[in-house]
Structures are given as C-alpha cells and as structure tokens.
Design a protein. Structure first.
Length: 256
C-alpha cells in the first residue's frame, strides 16, 4: 500500500528520480522563485526548491497565486537553457507537458494546456507556470532560468472570488494524491523533455485547450478577436485575425 502521508519529504521524492537533483524543502517561504533568484550564484543547475506554503506566491504579470499550506505543490527549478530569448517559450511549453504527463501518470486525469502557462482541469485552472530568465548580454543567450510551478493538489474549498476560476486535483477525483509522488513524476518528465530532449510539441498541441477555438487576445494596449490555429516549434501561438496570420509570443488570451 502506498504511503500517502501529506508531508513533503526529500527522501520520498529523490528515491523515484532518474537523475540526481539537489532538493531543498521549506515549510513556508515567501516565494520559491524569489528565493532561487536571491541565491542564484550559490546554486547548481538542477537545484529544486519546494515549499509547503508561499506567503507571496505570484504568477504571470505579478498576479497573486494562492499558495496555502498543505494543499499544493509550489516548486522552482534552476536550469541553464542556453537558448535565445525568442526560443525561451519552449521551456514553458515543455514544463506544461511534463505536468500533464505526471498528472496522467499519478492521478489518471486528463488535463488541458491553455497557452502559454495554464494547466486546465474540467475548464478550471489547476496549475500554472512562471519562467523567469537572466540573459547574457554578450551572447544574447539565456544563461539562467527559474522554472516556477504551482499546482493545486489537495481537496480545498476555494474562496468565492476563485470558485469559478480555479480547482484542485482532489476536487476532481475520489483518490487521495501523494504530493511527493506527483513531484517526483513532474521532475522525471521534465528531465525527459529537457535533458533527454524527447519531443513534446506534438503532445502540447494534442492537449491544447485553445487550438481551433475563437479567442480574445490582449496585447499591450490592443485587444482583438482571432482563431487559434497552430503552435510553432518555439512555442509561439499562431492565430488568424480575419485574413491576417499573427504569431503571438507573450500575449494574454481568453476563450471567447
């Protein structure tokens, strides 16, 4: 019988990993991304920081990310993608597919991927990704990237302001989920796509929440309606606005 203790445990996580990672676990921290940023020159690539709670969790555009104690996975991975900034979206896409693959493996649930950084379960957000980078101005390559992952795991009554927006894994299944097991699988699938370079773009497209749908695009101070038609190999979303084909790199989108 599996040990489904809820406490985060380094040994439980590491024993199932294919590749060795330095893992740090906190009971509470302001933000795993901010912590890694503050220690970036002291940490090796592959270092993973996990916390049971974040007091200042945040996502895209500095939006607050609910990070209550004992209910979620809040983790950050330090990597060296050694890629151009226009290629950096690939890491968010890759991470999305790693989370999708892990949830399928551990929870037997099918999630969808809303471009570019949202994980969707039964039309509600169950998780998100925030990648933050440092660019080498001499080479124009990204030297350091922190991949932040937040997933709502345990059964939880969301506040009214989030009830129609967010959900958790256990709110959608009768099974109790081991956070340690799910973290191990996320790391293993991340390594499969990042280190071993297994193809992930096709999986992303197959499980896209937006392809083929009409969307609203918010791009700086411009808003327009379009149809999502493809995702290219760098992770950009290709949309059609009337007769015009547009490549999106960092816009906000919503389903019409």
């Amino acid at each position: 019988m599996k040990n489904l203790q809820n406490n985060l445990n380094i040994q439980e996580i590491q024993k199932n990993l294919k590749y060795k990672h330095n893992i740090e676990i906190f009971d509470s921290i302001y933000s795993t991304n901010k912590y890694l940023k503050s220690k970036i020159n002291e940490k090796n690539y592959g270092t993973i920081v996990i916390s049971n709670e974040q007091t200042n969790g945040y996502g895209k555009s500095n939006r607050e990310f609910l990070s209550n104690k004992d209910i979620g996975i809040y983790m950050s991975i330090l990597i060296n993608p050694n890629c151009l900034i226009e290629e950096s979206l690939k890491i968010t896409i890759l991470t999305s597919v790693a989370i999708l693959s892990a949830i399928k493996s551990v929870c037997n649930l099918d999630v969808k991927l809303k471009w570019v950084n949202d994980i969707i379960l039964n039309d509600l957000k169950v998780g998100g990704i925030l990648c933050e980078s440092q660019i080498n101005l001499n080479t124009n390559l990204i030297d350091n990237m922190i991949v932040g992952i937040g997933i709502n795991v345990k059964e939880f009554e969301f506040p009214p302001s989030l009830k129609n927006i967010a959900t958790s894994i256990e709110n959608n299944t009768n099974f109790k989920i081991s956070r340690n097991e799910l973290i191990s699988e996320i790391i293993n699938f991340f390594d499969l796509y990042f280190i071993e370079k297994t193809n992930y773009i096709d999986l992303y497209k197959e499980n896209s929440y937006v392809l083929g749908r009409d969307i609203k695009v918010i791009q700086n101070d411009r808003q327009f309606f379009a149809k999502a038609i493809d995702i290219d190999n760098n992770g950009s979303l290709i949309v059609q606005e009337q007769e015009k084909i547009i490549k999106l790199i960092s816009s906000d989108i919503s389903i019409r």
